[in-house]
Design a protein around this ligand. Structure first.
Ligand SMILES: [Ca+2]
Length: 235
């Protein structure tokens, strides 16, 4: 309970403190220099960036009030933990796309191909069973959730595009995602995807990653094209 005596002591103490502050610590001088006192946002009760009489007056008016104290540090940590939990509940999505310029032939001496701004084509001189590769740098720790290829079929021949994980320690590789189309229904411009990804978590400390394309029956596959490949991941 706040007595008149307490109130008088509070007002007196406030006046003394205020007058001391005003004498000893100019809040902001005429030439614009700021007080050398360290600013503490916890006691800047009206959040205006300066500790002044308005903050002190608010404190004085609340003198003697009682209630449940708040541990501000614990409150801050709790808020941070909640934000992190929310971020984990709804992971962010990222995308990596491979342009036509990203492809390289497996065997340069036997390859005839065309890289244009909108598509990548293997032409009639491509040796059969000689794939094309595109290197991809996937984010370490990310989870691959979708593998999409945008393809053009100007003739009725199959085209296959797949995502691979290479293991350099035993010189093996694993298929992660796979897209295949026979070309039926040509001419057509299609977007195909595979969202059943094997080895989905990216581990750049042990593996490297690449995309592979096979133009089946290459002697007649002049008019097949890869327009883009898009890899979607969460992190
Ligand atoms: Ca203030």
């Amino acid at each position: 309970m706040v007595t008149k005596k307490d109130m008088a002591v509070a007002i007196l103490a406030t006046l003394c403190l205020t007058s001391t502050l005003f004498m000893a610590v100019p809040i902001k001088s005429q030439d614009g220099t700021i007080s050398s006192n360290e600013y503490d946002p916890w006691i800047d009760t009206n959040d205006d960036g300066i500790i002044d009489i308005f903050d002190i007056a608010k404190l004085a008016l609340a003198f003697g009030a009682e209630g449940e104290p708040i541990n501000k540090t614990a409150l801050l940590l709790d808020l941070l933990a909640r934000v992190e939990a929310l971020e984990q509940q709804s992971p962010r999505r990222g995308y990596i796309s491979i342009s036509p310029a990203g492809w390289q032939p497996c065997k340069v001496q036997s390859a005839d191909y065309s890289t244009e701004i909108n598509w990548f084509k293997a032409t009639s001189k491509v040796e059969e069973s000689s794939p094309f590769y595109a290197q991809v740098q996937l984010p370490h720790g990310a989870t691959i959730v979708n593998f999409t290829a945008i393809l053009y079929f100007g003739s009725y021949y199959p085209l296959q595009v797949s995502l691979h994980r290479n293991n350099p320690s035993d010189i093996t590789h694993s298929n992660m995602a796979y897209i295949f189309d026979t070309g039926l229904g040509w001419p057509k411009h299609v977007t195909l995807f595979d969202d059943t990804i094997d080895y989905a978590q990216v581990d750049n400390s042990r593996y490297s990653y690449l995309v592979e394309a096979y133009f089946a029956n290459p002697l007649l596959s002049d008019d097949l094209a890869i327009c883009s490949v898009i890899i979607e991941y969460t992190y």
